[in-house]
Design a protein around this ligand. Structure first.
Ligand code: S3P
Length: 184
């Protein structure tokens, strides 16, 4: 049985707030790969990029994923670039149900324009969102659930995820029972 819930998706889709809410409701631990990296390095993500560059950030991200994936009973929100390294998702999927949150570029723009500190989305925010989304086309689809949040309120996102999880757990249980009966 997979014991973690993993949230993936582009910047601004709500991974952190949804993750925190889910963790609270389900009485699970909450981790966010960016927050873990900030705490362990003592730097903001922007500072980290400036000081060490993207390649170092990606390897720190992978090390963080490997550590967090070993947890149980945790909701893990991830940075938008987690999908760039296939090993991240493979590792997270071993013990986690993966939920991908998506949103239309214009919605993402609205959500992050007020306070944008993302090092990869600097000049001409809307254009860089479109460009990065294009580069990552398909990568956020590798999940157990893909949920477009563009027209959803936070509570609706949570409702959809909970409904999905109930069904997912039932299917998992059924598969386990089936396997048991084959083996005995
Ligand atoms: C990144 C997204 C950011 C952060 C870093 C790189 C990306 O996280 O990890 O700036 O490559 O998409 P959010 O998805 O929380 O903005």
């Amino acid at each position: 049985m997979k014991r973690n819930i993993v949230l993936i998706g582009f910047s601004g889709v709500g991974k952190t707030s949804v993750g925190q809410r889910l963790a609270k409701l389900l009485k699970m631990n909450f981790y966010d790969t960016d927050i873990v990296i900030q705490e362990s390095s003592g730097l903001t993500i922007s500072e980290f990029f400036k000081r060490y560059g993207e390649i170092s950030f990606r390897s720190e991200e992978y090390a963080t994923v490997k550590r967090l994936a070993q947890n149980d009973n945790s909701v893990i929100s991830t940075g938008g670039g987690i999908v760039l390294n296939k090993a991240n998702l493979v590792t997270l999927m071993e013990n986690g149900v993966v939920i991908s949150l998506t949103a239309k570029p214009e919605v993402i723009y609205q959500r992050i324009e007020i306070f944008n500190n993302r090092p990869l989305l600097k000049e001409n925010l809307y254009k860089s969102i479109i460009k990065l989304m294009k580069e990552r086309e398909g990568l956020y689809d590798q999940a157990d659930l893909v949920l477009d949040t563009s027209n959803l309120e936070m509570h609706q996102v949570i409702d959809r995820i909970l409904t999905f999880l109930i069904d997912y757990r039932i299917q998992q249980k059924k598969a386990e029972v089936k396997e048991d009966s084959v083996n005995h």
